[in-house]
Ligand binder design. Sequence first.
Ligand SMILES: Cc1cc2nc3c(=O)[nH]c(=O)nc-3n(C[C@H](O)[C@H](O)[C@H](O)COP(=O)(O)O)c2cc1C
Length: 373
Amino acid sequence: MPTLRTTVDGLNLPNPFVIGSGPPGTNLNVIVKAFQEGWGAVIAKTVSLDASKVVNVTPRYAKLHSEDKKEIIGWENIELISDRPFKIWEEEFKKCKDQFPDRVLIASIMEEYRKDAWIEIVERCQACGVDGFELNFSCPHGLPERKMGSAMGENPDLLAEVVGWVMSAAKKPVWAKMTPNVTHIEDPSRAALKAGATGISAINTIRSVMGVNLDTLRPEPSVEGYTTPGGYSSRAVKPIALRMVMEIAQVIRREFPTKSLSGIGGIESGNDAAEFILLGADTVQACTAVMKFGYEHIKPMCDQLLAFMDKHKFETLAEFKGKSLDYFTTHADLVKRQAERKAAQKAASPKVVKSDGEWHGDEFVKQSDALSK
Ligand SMILES: Cc1cc2nc3c(=O)[nH]c(=O)nc-3n(C[C@H](O)[C@H](O)[C@H](O)COP(=O)(O)O)c2cc1C
């Protein structure tokens, strides 16, 4: 019988499915629900010491639907970190750990660029019994105006300095959460790991504009007729998240083999989780999926991941973690491999793929399709 149980950075999880920081971990009531339904761990909504500076607006979400309107493919939010007072969070963290001493509760924290503030927030959360930290270096909206969130995450030097401050106070594992809104996500990831972070979480949301309402001509989500770019999540971001997780996993494998990786971005099913683990993730986080399907969705996710493991005769997650990383190479190497295979077969490609100089309009869709498999 395969098992989903796993130990990551000394934390014992019943399964690798973690509630990603956001609305599904926004107060004690919903965190309790997540544990009751069987989530492997919960990362609470990001907290800061002074919530009075955090002012949210409504509406703050906008969705991209499939043509038939039945599915949500993409989700934009302009939501800030938690606007609930830190004192209340301290009480709720304590109550949560009293009620669930054996379950993993991770505090997501974010502060201004001040050493004393970061150390204070780490020490106060630690005193409440949280099991670990996620450093939000990645919120793409609102807070960069205060040099917080992705404003820090985009700057490897700044990020390394802040990780150093946190590590000087943290007695628990620390995951640095990366923004995808950079050209090379390896650079800030490497900086965080060099500065001592225990692991990396990736990705946060992708900076986006959901669309423009063609009746009102106003961009969405529209707040008093105006908007601001937000963060994109849900199924649509999964291919981008997989690419970035793969890139970070390669850095971890080569340079920091003891560090952990938590994959995030569009994860909705056990098969999605399997893909992230195959590309090097130790755990997987879901945020928007919980907003779409509810906390009970953990059951089909676990069942599907177990079915995948059963099919391939994997007993543990460790047996397939990173297994697909070896199959990434350069384009030049693909060309070489294909030429070698063709030469060996002494035959043309089995597909009738004409060279693009021979394409013509009538068969264009067919020719394009033939190149996709
Ligand atoms: C409405 C909303 C609020 C979010 N708030 C936070 C937050 O407070 N802190 C944080 O680190 N990430 C936050 N995120 C980002 C998610 O944790 C996650 O990184 C991202 O949405 C991609 O994963 P998903 O496709 O599973 O949602 C938020 C996402 C959404 C949709």
